[in-house]
Design a protein around this ligand. Structure first.
Ligand SMILES: C[S@@+](CC[C@H](N)C(=O)[O-])C[C@H]1O[C@@H](n2cnc3c(N)ncnc32)[C@H](O)[C@@H]1O
Length: 388
């Protein structure tokens, strides 16, 4: 077995390419263990979600092992309303997965003395790493949650750094410190806040995990242009907790059925496209870029079958597709002004017809003036079709 601890994790991260040699000194100077509270819930190495709580005071070996594993460590649930050692409903703060932290820092491209704004101080690890790299005087980090901000401040100061730490809404950036050369967002966005584009200097870089309403996500690396837009490619997949204001609570399926039992007024048809095909992270991303306000949910049954539900954020339309292993044709019901399965199917086939392009072939242009987000494939002039 490989050595556990900072060196073991460093060599794994370097082998994978996430940790580049120029970031190694910062990694070594800013040990992750200084930024992880005693009680936390490690992400699973296989699959999704969090494992059971690990408490340093009760099991220091397990805690140390988790800290030097390439997993995210959840440190807060339900915006702090949940306490105790059980898991809450929604993870709302974490010390992010090290491979994600360092690949985002590499994408940010931060020469010494660069002026950086971070959104989402969280546990403070990123802000300290950036401070080590460019000097505390060049780092501003904004955190919305006062409790997270307080914990981060203590840890950052204990580690010997003094960046500017702001408690507030990171979507507003921090004007007093603008313009920034680099902006790093460490919570996912469905819309890149316009203020962040406006507060980045021309030629500056914004790195932000971009999550579509459909569910999947990838890290956007945008360069701010002379005309005030920010444009660039995605650099790899991501799965981040969302910026607090951009989280959505979906209405229950009952609200879509208008009090009637399923399939209510749904119009029946069939499809040869398996619901399994539209459930993988990459096609989900391609579908999410092409559809507006559509989100999926799988209602799973004990026998391995499930119903894929599609709903729209405006609560006007729904669709279901019944999945059974071994079938080649699936029943579809659609209701409302939008035919949501037809939209998802069209988006999937568009992606398939182009050879199933990966995350890195997609890009995004954000117009700070009107807030428009325009996804593209290969180059900004090749806009994606918006179906529906
Ligand atoms: C994944 S954690 C960030 C990890 C952090 N960079 C670190 O090094 O530990 C996401 C953080 O974003 C914060 N957050 C969510 N919405 C925010 C907003 N609008 N402005 C600033 N921070 C926000 C959350 O409270 C949480 O602490």
């Amino acid at each position: 077995m490989r050595e556990a601890g900072p060196d073991g994790l460093a060599s794994r991260l370097m082998e994978s390419g996430a940790l580049t040699s120029d970031w190694l000194p910062a990694y070594q100077a800013v040990p992750r263990e200084l930024f992880v509270p005693d009680l936390m819930w490690p992400g699973r190495t296989e699959g999704v979600g969090q494992a059971d709580a690990v408490d340093r005071r009760e099991d220091p070996d397990a805690w140390f092992h988790a800290v030097y594993s390439d997993v995210s460590l959840t440190t807060q649930w339900d915006d702090g309303r949940h306490s105790g050692t059980t898991k809450g409903k929604v993870p709302t703060c974490s010390n992010s997965q090290p491979s994600m932290v360092f690949s985002m820092l590499a994408a940010l491209d931060v020469p010494p003395e660069t002026k950086v704004l971070e959104v989402g101080t969280g546990t403070g690890w990123n802000a300290a790493l950036l401070s080590e790299r460019v000097g505390s005087q060049n780092v501003t980090s904004v955190e919305l949650d006062p409790e997270n901000a307080m914990g981060a401040r203590q840890r950052i100061h204990d580690a010997g750094y003094r960046p500017r730490l702001v408690v507030g809404d990171g979507a507003d950036g921090f004007r007093e410190g603008a313009p920034y050369d680099r902006v790093l967002v460490t919570a996912s966005v469905t819309e890149v806040p316009r203020e962040l584009v406006a507060q980045t200097r021309t030629g500056g870089v914004i790195v932000a995990p971009y999550a579509t309403t459909y569910g999947s996500g990838a890290v956007a690396r945008l360069i701010v242009q002379r005309d005030g837009t920010a444009s660039g490619r995605f650099v790899g997949s991501s799965a981040f907790m969302r910026l607090r204001q951009q989280r959505r609570a979906w209405k229950n399926v009952r609200e879509y059925l208008g009090g009637q039992p399923w399939p209510a007024d749904g119009v029946k048809s069939s499809t040869v496209l398996s619901p399994e095909a539209v459930g993988d992270w990459l096609p989900m991303f391609a579908i999410g870029l092409q559809t507006l306000g559509v989100f999926p949910w799988a209602e799973r049954y004990a026998d391995g079958t499930y119903t894929l539900w599609l709903r729209d954020t405006d609560v006007t339309s729904w669709a279901t597709v019944d999945y059974e292993p071994g079938r080649t044709e699936y029943d579809v019901y659609q209701s409302g002004p939008r035919e949501l399965w037809s939209e998802v199917e069209a988006a999937y086939w568009w992606w398939d017809a182009r050879g199933c392009p990966g995350f890195e072939r997609f890009g995004l242009t954000v117009d700070a003036e009107n807030g428009a987000h325009t996804p593209w494939l290969d180059s900004p002039d090749k806009r994606l079709p918006i179906v529906g």
